[in-house]
Design a protein. Sequence first.
Length: 116
Amino acid sequence: QVQLVESGGGLVQAGGSLRLSCVVSGRTLTYSDMGWFRQAPGKEREFVAHSNWSGGSTYYADSMKGRFTISRDNAKNTVYLHIDSLKPEDTAVYYCYADINHQMYWGQGTQVTVSS
């Protein structure tokens, strides 16, 4: 059974940084694309970043370019999202996903709260 577990969220002051992690169990990440979405209170879930299976190709939502960095360590079955210069509007639950053999799997999310 495939499971994705995010961690690394928390309360941080504006201007700070965070690194979110998403560990996949039950299946190797090799050849699996992965990425992140987020959902702010009262808003729809929005795309943040995507990485192909090797990490050699990544792309971001236009509004996320510059402060968000996705990376992965397939040996650890883990994908990361580094966020710099956090803003209060980054407050959201961050979800990772994995596309494994064309089936989507989601984590339960990790809360990021940015105080001004």
